[in-house]
Design a protein around this ligand. Structure first.
Ligand code: IMP
Ligand code: MG
Length: 185
């Protein structure tokens, strides 16, 4: 496996800054959901690192569920169509659902997920994304909580993968795609 130092271009968000922002988001969510029953829904796999940190900063009682979707596009470019590959375990009818995502890019993924979840009639449905890449947006997405707005660059780390690797890194970095060799695995 290629050492990430070989293709890392720039650290966009370092680990300390990340944790500080995740703590702020957790505090804000805790305020907003005071007295309400909160149900976190994490979209696998990219959102999972963010989720597990975020939930430890959320002080109101909450439950947790997961779903996975797959896009019909290529690895770095999604299309309008997605399908559920792993559905929620629990009903969300009449619950206060907060979707936790790694990144909103074109916006297609989150839009499809929101459309699907709306048909199940949650009491409320909000979006919390760690990253927002607005320059790439193709559909309008209502984002309620956002960690960082980033430029139009491909990033990895903190849940975000390069061909499924490097999700464990505690920071978010841009990749130099000329130096990255996926076939070196
Ligand atoms: P969208 O449907 O275009 O908004 O894409 C969202 C999904 O694409 C995210 O959940 C990520 O899995 C993936 N994605 C988009 N941009 C990046 C990136 O810069 N690095 C890694 N994954 C990304
Ligand atoms: Mg991905």
């Amino acid at each position: 496996m290629q050492d990430y130092h070989e293709f890392l271009d720039e650290i966009l968000v370092d680990a300390v800054t990340l944790q500080k922002r995740v703590a702020e988001l957790g505090a804000q969510i805790s305020l907003d959901y005071q007295g309400k029953d909160l149900h976190l829904v994490c979209i696998l796999r990219g959102g999972v690192v963010f989720l597990t940190d975020l939930m430890r900063y959320i002080t109101v009682p909450h439950t947790l569920d997961f779903m996975a979707v797959s896009s019909y596009g290529t690895a770095r470019q999604s299309t309008g169509q997605i399908r559920i590959t792993y559905d929620l375990k629990d009903e969300i009818h009449d619950r206060n659902v907060l979707l936790v995502e790694d990144i909103v890019d074109s916006g297609y993924t989150i839009t499809s997920v929101l459309d699907m979840l709306r048909t199940r009639h949650p009491r409320s449905l909000r979006v919390c994304t760690m990253l927002d890449k607005p320059e790439r947006r193709e559909v309008v997405v209502p984002i309620d909580y956002c960690g960082f707005v980033i430029p139009n660059k491909f990033v990895f780390g903190y849940g975000l993968d390069l061909d499924e690797y490097y999700r464990n890194l505690p920071f978010i970095a841009t990749v130099n795609l000329n130096k990255y060799k996926p076939e070196s695995r």
